[in-house]
Design a protein around this ligand. Structure first.
Ligand SMILES: Nc1ncnc2c1ncn2[C@@H]1O[C@H](COP(=O)(O)OP(=O)(O)OP(=O)(O)O)[C@@H](O)[C@H]1O
Ligand SMILES: [Mg+2]
Length: 372
């Protein structure tokens, strides 16, 4: 480079940098205004920077007055074109952003967002992000509606399920007062009805603690084998009465970090369900084994399989299969309230585990997976 060229570059750089700085100040001052101000600022800064460079070099005698005039005219014309283009680009950007604002407003009103292909990559990304959010929102609304429905169902079933034993209790106590009926049989039935109501209220309390998120777990290493043997021992009389065989095995030395009381409740609920839905002479198998970094507990029964719709709802609060709500005289006392599996799911999830159900001949298989 000759020394003249160095001088030209230096002078042009100094003048244009001055204008550039001014442009930055204007861009900063107009940062809250429409996008159009920003695009116009960029165009005007570019043109004025060129003009300033030209004037600066002309003043240093590198350009004749005539040449300066010619160049300035050219710059003015180019400037008009640049500002027109920036105006168009700014208007289009503003229109895209307005159309997106409309979509977002509709999203706020209806919860639905239809992503449209528009604008530069950044706008597109925001639009895609909004579409994802809308999807998540819809899913959570659907979940909310289902929960609300099941809560309503729960209240109505619980009041129903409490009213009938209470009516029976009143009838029996009145009969006893009048010296009617067989006192011994009535006492047994009263005792059984009261036990059932206590169980139900206890289940409701547990469920409300789970839903309120205040289930406090006393975690400690628990031997899965011990929990399962205790649950089997507890369920044995029910299995005997129903003619159901209990079997299975838990691998030796299997420990899991859990709340022993809550884990027993999970196993007992699954076991009682399995026994209740297995015909006499059927078998219920409980098995436990280590998987990856956790343990898996499976209960297989002889219920004859569940339909897909039933499988999707078994863990819902207060949901019961069609046959469960039709009381027969002798099933009245051990009839449940549809809370058992909702409690199982709540407890398992509080332990950061998962519970699933699948069909496995001759019945279905409930599998609980817990991290160690
Ligand atoms: N092992 C199973 N085999 C087949 N169906 C089952 C089994 N366990 C549960 N179900 C179905 O799922 C429904 C809900 O079960 P859940 O344990 O939540 O309630 P419940 O047993 O009816 O009453 P509760 O457990 O409150 O005494 C049952 O009514 C039944 O229809
Ligand atoms: Mg149950």
């Amino acid at each position: 480079m000759t020394s003249d060229q160095v001088a030209i570059v230096a002078i042009a750089a100094a003048w244009s940098a001055g204008v550039g700085l001014l442009g930055l100040v204007v861009a900063w001052l107009t940062r809250r205004r429409s996008l159009r101000w920003q695009t116009a600022t960029v165009a005007v800064t570019a043109v004025v920077a060129v003009a300033a460079g030209v004037v600066g070099t002309a003043r240093a005698m590198f350009l004749s007055d005539h040449d300066l005039e010619v160049v300035l005219w050219v710059v003015v014309v180019a400037g008009v074109v640049a500002i027109a283009v920036s105006g168009v680009v700014g208007a289009v950007l503003a229109r895209w952003s307005r159309s997106m604002r409309g979509d977002v407003r509709r999203f706020g009103d209806s919860g639905e967002y239809v992503p449209a292909a528009r604008g530069p990559a950044e706008l597109q990304e925001i639009s895609d992000e909004l579409a994802q959010t809308a999807k998540r929102l819809q899913e959570s609304r659907a979940r909310e509606t289902r929960l609300e429905e099941s809560r309503r169902e729960l209240v109505s079933w619980v009041s129903h399920d409490l009213r009938s034993p209470l009516a029976a209790l009143r009838a029996m106590t009145e009969a006893l007062e009048d010296g009617l009926g067989d006192p011994e049989r009535y006492h047994r039935r009263i005792r059984a009805e009261v036990d059932r109501m206590v169980r139900m209220v206890d289940d409701l309390f547990e469920l409300s603690r789970i839903h309120a998120g205040v289930l406090s777990l006393n975690l400690e290493p628990v031997s899965l084998g011990d929990v399962v043997s205790e649950a089997i021992a507890g369920a044995d009389p029910v299995a005997l009465a129903g003619g159901v065989r209990l079997g299975g095995r838990v691998d030796a030395g299997l420990f899991v970090t859990a709340d022993p009381g809550e884990l027993s409740r999970v196993v007992a609920n699954l076991l009682l369900n399995a026994i209740r839905h297995t015909p006499s002479d059927g078998t219920v198998e409980v098995s436990g084994r280590a998987v990856g970094d956790g343990i898996e507990l499976a209960v297989v029964d002889g219920c004859g399989g569940l339909s897909n719709e039933d499988m999707a709802r078994v863990f819902d609060v207060a949901w019961q299969g069609t046959s469960a709500r039709t009381p027969t005289p002798d099933s009245a006392v051990d009839r449940g309230a549809g809370l058992g599996l909702a409690i199982v799911k709540g407890i398992v999830e509080a332990h950061r585990g998962r519970v699933t159900v699948a069909n496995e001949a001759p019945g279905c298989k409930f599998v609980v997976t817990l991290p160690i």
